[in-house]
Ligand binder design. Structure first.
Ligand code: NCD
Length: 305
């Protein structure tokens, strides 16, 4: 695929070959990158929803490559609060920038922005739907820490219903002959549409309620936060929060080289006692966001092939 001018909205937009190419460019970026590669380019960073890692790593990526950044981290300070439509906001922002990175609370907002804009739009998370750039850095992290993507047993644990990182990652893994373990209480299990898609593609998966029941089989355990802000009923959240809390005792019932991942932020699902173990790769994972986002910006702006 020629990435120049392309939007990055869903991980579904990429075939396996495209994904592997992006990871290759990210590796090159990590080894060495030209500090003037994106000089003269401007990235608009539109965050209608809270973010720490995604926004800062995109902005840092642009800075590292010599580009500049405009934008906002709080939609409350923009004309959206006066009633401006997303469409109108994008029609204006595209005249001030070369690429738009957007996070929004509404599913489908990224697709809408991409339809409005003539410049590339990168989805930095739309509601409970998709978070494709997180998935690419998750894959990059797996490749680096496990040495491969093919044939891994991957446990996805926590809020599988509302977690957009989970939805994007499950789709991406379909091409890599993995076995997926969906670990969640019934109320937070993987939405049916994803399970049906996995079945259709012949991907092996199992559902579990307890980590202990499957931990011995896992190569990767991908933990997630219960997505408080997406619950319609706060009482339901109170009932389900804290459902999984892993600590050092998990390592006694796991493969020695289990890697524990998390898109972050964590609440209480991973005890800090795990942080210093060689199994914990979540901070390294967040760091990998920089290399992957440098690659994505350089690709869509047509500065690398
Ligand atoms: C995730 C998100 O925003 O979906 N965070 C991130 O981008 N690293 C996960 C989360 O908020 O739980």
């Amino acid at each position: 695929m020629d990435f120049k001018g392309k939007d990055i909205i869903s991980i579904r937009d990429f075939c396996k070959k495209d994904i592997l190419h992006i990871l290759e460019v990210a590796k090159n970026m990590e080894e060495k990158s030209d500090p003037n590669l994106l000089s003269g380019k401007v990235m608009a960073s539109l965050f209608f929803e809270p973010s720490t890692r995604t926004r800062l790593s995109f902005e840092s990526a642009m800075n590292h490559l010599g580009g500049r950044v405009i934008g906002f981290a709080d939609a409350g300070v923009t004309s959206a609060s006066k009633g401006e439509t997303l469409w109108d906001t994008i029609k204006m922002v595209e005249q001030y920038s070369d690429v738009i990175v957007q996070r929004h609370l509404i599913e489908g907002a990224a697709r809408l922005a991409a339809e409005a804009a003539l410049i590339p739009v990168i989805n930095a998370g739309d509601g409970a739907n998709q978070h494709p750039t997180q998935t690419l850095l998750d894959l990059y992290t797996m490749l680096k820490t496990k040495g491969k993507l093919e044939g891994l047993n991957i446990g996805l644990c926590g809020d599988l219903k509302y977690g957009r990182t989970i939805h994007s990652l499950a789709i991406a893994m379909m091409d890599f002959k993995t076995k997926l373990y969906f670990i969640a209480p019934d109320e937070l299990q993987m939405p049916k549409v994803y399970l049906e898609e996995l079945k259709e593609k012949g991907v092996e998966f199992v559902k579990a309620k307890r980590i202990e029941d499957v931990s011995k089989e896992l190569d990767v355990l991908y933990m997630t936060r219960i997505q408080k802000e997406r619950f319609a009923d706060p009482i339901e959240y109170e009932r389900l929060k804290g459902v999984y809390q892993i600590g050092l005792d998990l390592l006694d019932i796991s493969k020695k080289d289990l890697k524990i991942m998390h898109p972050l932020p964590r609440v209480d699902e991973i005890k800090p006692e795990l942080d210093k173990t060689p199994n914990a790769v979540y901070f390294e994972q967040a760091g990998n966001g920089l290399h992957v986002r440098k690659a994505l910006l350089a690709l869509v702006l047509g500065k690398v092939k």
